[in-house]
Each structure stands twice: as C-alpha cells, then as structure tokens.
Design a protein around this ligand. Structure first.
Ligand code: ACO
Length: 399
C-alpha cells in the first residue's frame, strides 16, 4: 500500500483545492450520495423509502449503529431518550444573559457548548459508555434548548418537556405551548416535521459535518464538536439558506417585482444576488430531498388551510429556472432548503428558527460522523496544508 503522507513529505507534493472540490477528507460508511443521478442513501437505504416508512428516532439509530433497530430496541431507545429530556435548571440562566433579539442559532450553539459543562462525566472521548450517554443526552436535550431559544425571543416562559408525547410532538409543544393553556398537537404537522427531520439527518461531508469531524479529530468532546457544527450550519450558504429563501420570497412579494425580472437580476449577478435554495456542491440534478419537501409543504398547507402566496412565488421561480439556460447549463436545481421555509412558516415557526430545525434534524448525522472519526483507526488530526503566498523574509525595522 502507498503511504501518501510519507510520499507527500518526500516529494513536497501538495494539491491546492479551494473548497475541497476534489479532495476526500475521509472514508465513511454512513451516507452515500450520487450527485449526478440525484441519489441519497443512509446506510444503503434510499431516502425515499426511509421517508415513507421510518421515524426520525429510528433513522437516528440507523445512522449511529448501521442497521435498523428491532421493535424492542427502538422502544427501549425512545424511552431512554425521553428519560433524559430535562436540562439542568441552572442552564436556563444562560438565556437570561443573552439579548432577546439574539439569533436562535447563536443561542443554540452557546447552549450546546454549555450543556457539555454539566455533563463532564459523558465527555470522555474514548469511553464507549460515556459516548453512548452523551449521544442520548444530546438527542434528548438539544430540542429542549432549541425551544428555549425560541421562547426567549418571544419573551415567554420556558416549558418543561412532557414525556407522554413523542419526540416531535414534545418539540412542537415546547415551542408553541404556553403555561396558560393546554397545547394540542396536530398529527399531520407532527408527521410532516418528523419527515423533515429525517430528510436533514445526514448528508456526508458537508461544511458543518466536516467541521464536527475536524473538531472531533482533535479529541475535543462531543458537545463542543456539535456546537462547532451548529456554528458552521448557521451560514446562509449552508443551513442558513432556508431562512434566506423565505426572505428572498417575501422580498419579491413586497417589492411587487415580477419573478421574471428577479431571475434576470440573478443571471446578471446584480449585487451578487443569488437564487437562494438553488444549487448544490454535490447535486447536479434535482436534490431528492427537495422533491419530498415539496410534497410535504403541499400537504401541510392544505391541512392547515393556508394559502401562502410565497409558495406560489417559489413554484413560479422553480419553473422559470428549469426553463432557463443559465440554470440548466450550470445544473442548478432546487436544494433541500427551497421549500422548507414555506412549510415551517405555515407551522408557525419564525424564519429565524428555520436553521435551528435543520440543526435538530442534522444532529444524529453529526453524532454518527463524530463517532466514526473517533473509532476509525485511520483517523489523524485534521490539518490541511497551505501554499504560502505572502512576503518573503524581511528585516524588522531597528527602533
Ligand atoms: N443562484 C445563481 N447562480 C448560482 C447559484 C444560485 N443559487 N448557485 C450557483 N450559481 C452559479 C455561480 O454563480 C457560478 O456561476 P459562474 O460559473 O458563472 O461563475 C456557478 O453557478 C457555479 O457555482 P459555484 O458557486 O461555483 O458552486 P459551489 O458548488 O461552490 O456552491 C452553493 C454551491 C454554495 C450551494 C451555491 O449553489 C449557492 O450559493 N446556492 C445558494 C445558497 C444555498 O441555497 N445554499 C444551500 C445549499 S444546500 C445546504 O447546505 C443544505
């Protein structure tokens, strides 16, 4: 076998690959994507079959352990996660220190890093039991602190979890319930949100997952690694695109600009304006998740009796792009974020919570990838090379 690292040292061979367009950072057995064919599989199972037949917590198990759980395993797993939904009372004070207008993604990354300070017993990287416990704690508690971030921005009291509810039902209640009235979960909304979380659950070496793996490769604990992943997801070119899509659609509606002139501005790259929710580094075909999201968006809006002109604008934009050579020749198609915002809005989430929902969905994938890094004997600390292009040596002025 060829020792690439030693060969590189000997020959001085370095590849310069901005954005890692052609460079694999790892081998992985978790998720498979064929971007040209529009194929996504978790542990070998096509995303369409998973979305039609599974639940988010079952998918989390699949990503983490590589196989589907038995009915008993799934039941025990769900119960164990439920038992861990309470967060330490003191952690709530963290939110008091933050301004109410703070972005919920900033609140979430802070809160998840802070969670680690309470659970140092589960922060050991090489202890299997500790990692299991940290996995359960993160899956159980991250939705709770995410809902706290939402409540903080509304100025409403934080609710305690209700463990008689399912994972997603609990999350909806924590966001939309109040201390004053009982909250009734709409099963169609709960099912659609569960499906959305499944669709976001992993996506191989995207920017946030690569961040989690890079931080994990330093043997940093899992809470800090996931917090770093949340920060990477925040950006509008990554998970933040779902919020940016809604802003773009609302901007078109409010300005009265036609879809056609907006598309012309995108094509002319006017002020760097992009069609948010379009294009993908890996998919050069329709993102298979976008198709499924579109179906769910239609179902949820129908169930809730909402007619949102933003959905009409989104569909018109998609149609215009599919018929336009600029987008066709660059293989730009809707990505997972294009239709999610319209649905989250109909469910009652403010746009600033959209990327938080993405983070909750991506959590099992991040954990599975972190665990893979920390169990793969081939793992080395991530440390890219650079090509230095700065000043040659010069003398510091004598003073
Ligand atoms: N609108 C208009 N033009 C676009 C778009 C877009 N959304 N995306 C790419 N292009 C154009 C580029 O300007 C470039 O054109 P050029 O060849 O004339 O210079 C060409 O298509 C290739 O684009 P790159 O930027 O080189 O593609 P890259 O793989 O680096 O970027 C990215 C991928 C970041 C997703 C990009 O398509 C984008 O910015 N999309 C909008 C933001 C978005 O939706 N992000 C979410 C991605 S999915 C996710 O993270 C969940």
């Amino acid at each position: 076998s060829i020792d690439i690292a030693s060969l590189t040292r000997q020959t001085g061979l370095t590849t310069l690959d901005y954005g890692f367009v052609n460079t694999a950072s790892t081998a992985s057995a978790i998720t498979y994507i064929d971007g040209d064919a529009g194929i996504l599989r978790y542990r070998g199972y096509p995303i369409e079959q998973i979305a039609a037949n599974s639940t988010f917590l079952e998918v989390a198990w699949l990503l983490l352990y590589g196989e589907l759980p038995s009915a008993d395993e799934l039941d025990a797993w769900e119960k164990r996660i439920r038992r861990h939904t309470l967060v330490h009372e003191d952690l709530k004070h963290l939110f008091e220190a933050l301004p109410y207008h703070a972005h919920p993604m900033s609140m979430l990354s802070s809160a998840v890093a802070a969670l680690g300070t309470y659970y140092e017993d589960s922060a050991a990287v090489d202890d299997k039991e500790a990692v299991e416990l940290a996995t359960i704690r993160l899956l159980a508690k991250m939705p709770v602190v995410a809902a706290y971030a939402h409540k903080k921005s509304l100025g409403q009291a934080f609710l305690y979890p209700d463990n008689s509810l399912s994972y997603v039902e609990n999350f909806l209640r924590l966001n939309f319930g109040t201390m004053a009235e009982p909250y009734e979960v709409n099963p169609v909304v709960a099912k659609a949100l569960d499906r959305l979380l499944i669709l976001h659950a992993d996506h191989e070496q995207n920017a946030s997952t690569s961040t989690v793996r890079l931080v994990g490769s330093t043997k940093a604990n899992i809470f800090s690694s996931i917090s770093a992943g949340i920060s990477a997801l925040y950006g509008p070119l990554h998970g933040g695109a779902n919020e940016a899509v809604l802003e773009m659609l609302a901007g078109i509606r409010d300005s009265g600009e036609s879809v056609k002139t907006f598309v012309e501005r995108v094509k002319n790259k006017e002020d760097g304006v992009k069609l948010m929710g379009f294009g993908h580094r890996v998919y050069k075909n329709y993102d298979p998740r976008a198709k499924l999201v579109k179906e769910s968006a239609d179902a949820v809006l129908e169930e809730l009796g909402v007619h949102d002109p933003l959905l009409d604008i989104a569909k018109e934009l998609e149609q215009a792009a599919l018929e336009d050579d600029y987008f066709v020749s660059r293989k730009l198609y809707p990505n997972v974020d294009f239709y999610t915002g319209v649905m989250y809005k109909a469910m009652g989430f403010p746009p600033r919570m959209f990327t938080v929902l993405f983070a909750i969905g991506r959590l099992p994938g991040w954990i599975a990838q972190w665990r893979e890094v920390n169990t793969d004997p081939a793992t080395k600390i991530g440390r890219p090379q650079q090509l230095y292009i700065g000043s040659p040596e010069r003398q510091f002025p004598q003073r």
